[in-house]
Design a protein around this ligand. Structure first.
Ligand SMILES: [Zn+2]
Length: 402
């Protein structure tokens, strides 16, 4: 293919300094060859003036099922296991080679349209070769694999696999597609989730993923029903069990937390997967529901506040708050900051503004005309939060179970 020059465009790089600048890009034979300011160009077959536009690296979609594109809108508002049993499994069972191919192609078309150039995909039990053909034809960079399901009898018969056949089919696809087109396509063993995979299958997936040096892509702890089944069957928490069987370490891709209040993975499980040291076990204080045994987390914090006092009126302005919190490994930095800063604002309100009279755990002041909560103008612009993430084995000031 000929040379393409895109000039005068705002370029969002992903270089070491994450630079953003207005410059030029030269594409030669489908590859970005040069990025820079005022590039000396001797010849370009096509020139695009990018003035007023921005170019960014492609987005990465880290979990998708291209085989489910055609099911959109057909299975909303259902709890995970009902969603699978009543809708998704019967629909996946109804796929044929052609529908898998076009489902993948349509999904990829939508992804490209929104700027996505790399995906982590999980297919269904059958016809995965046709999804790979669609990915190959599209130019999309992908990690994908056939789903593995060798346990349970609640899925349609056609999706119930024999352990050895499931592994053999996966290996056949791996040998055909892994590293296709100079590594644009990679294979990932894709056991669906613990509920539909035998221990034997997971152990073999672990062994083969090391042997072939490929990823394992699975689901874990998407909802409470699933966790309870796994805990009942194995005596272990879901992620602990998976980690025990798969031993994937950094080669594992875990779709385990939905980011909502249903986060029911333990801190220790997360820390373990990420190879952090974690000396005490406790849970995220996400819900008071006794089913998941949630409880509250207590930590030690040192806080320094800088204040300015108006000697005439007595008005106090908080200028800066600095926190140092002994929390152990931080797995969700934004959530962590939100908790600490939010807590500080509550404390600021209690200390300076709120005349919150309480009697036997009841608020006596219930109206905002007497009970003044802090507003955005009361919150200091500067708050720094420092986490003590590494705790010594005999640490007495880290997170404690309550
Ligand atoms: Zn999924």
């Amino acid at each position: 293919m000929a040379n393409l020059l895109i000039k005068n465009i705002e370029i969002v790089t992903m270089n070491e300094k994450n630079e953003i600048f207005v410059g030029d890009i030269i594409v030669e034979d489908d590859l970005i060859n040069q990025i820079g300011k005022n590039l000396p160009i001797s010849h370009a077959d096509k020139v695009i003036d990018g003035k007023g536009r921005t170019i960014i690296p492609g987005f990465v979609q880290t979990h998708i099922h291209l085989c489910q594109t055609l099911f959109r809108g057909r299975a909303d508002d259902l709890e995970l296991l009902d969603w699978l049993k009543k809708k998704i499994w019967p629909l996946e069972a109804a796929h044929d080679e052609e529908s898998i191919y076009y489902s993948a192609l349509l999904g990829i078309g939508e992804l490209i349209q929104s700027g996505t150039t790399t995906i982590v995909d999980m297919e269904t039990v059958h016809h995965t070769d046709f999804a790979f053909q669609a990915i190959a034809a599209s130019g999309m960079r992908a990690l994908s694999g056939k789903v593995m399901m060798d346990k349970g009898n609640e899925a349609p018969k056609i999706l119930q696999e024999n352990t050895i056949a499931s592994i053999q089919k996966s290996v056949d696809l791996l040998e055909k597609w892994n590293m296709y087109d100079q590594g644009r396509i990679k294979y990932a063993f894709s056991p669906r989730f613990v509920v539909s995979c035998s221990e034997e299958l997971l152990k073999e997936v672990s062994r083969l993923s090391i042997l072939y040096h490929v990823y394992v892509h699975t689901h874990a702890s998407e909802n409470r029903g699933e966790i309870e089944i796994v805990e009942y069957e194995t005596g272990m928490r879901n992620v602990t069990y998976l980690d025990h069987q798969l031993r994937t370490g950094s080669r594992g891709i875990w779709n385990d937390v939905d980011g909502q209040s249903k986060c029911v993975i333990t801190y220790q499980e997360l820390a373990k997967i990420n190879h952090f040291e974690c000396s005490r076990e406790f849970h995220f204080p996400t819900t008071p529901d006794p089913i998941v045994g949630a409880h509250y987390l207590y930590t030690y914090t040192a806080v320094i506040c800088e204040v300015e006092v108006n000697l005439l009126t007595g008005m106090v302005d908080v200028l800066q708050i600095d926190h140092v919190v002994a929390d152990g490994p931080v797995v969700n930095p934004m959530g962590y900051l939100g908790q600490i800063e939010g807590g500080a604002i509550m404390a600021l309100g209690f200390t300076l503004h709120e005349d919150a009279v309480m009697d036997v755990a009841q608020y006596m002041t219930k109206n905002l005309d007497t009970y003044l909560i802090p507003m955005i103008f009361d919150v200091p612009v500067n708050q720094s939060v420092e986490a003590i993430e590494k705790l010594l084995p005999d640490d007495q000031y880290g997170p404690l179970i309550q």
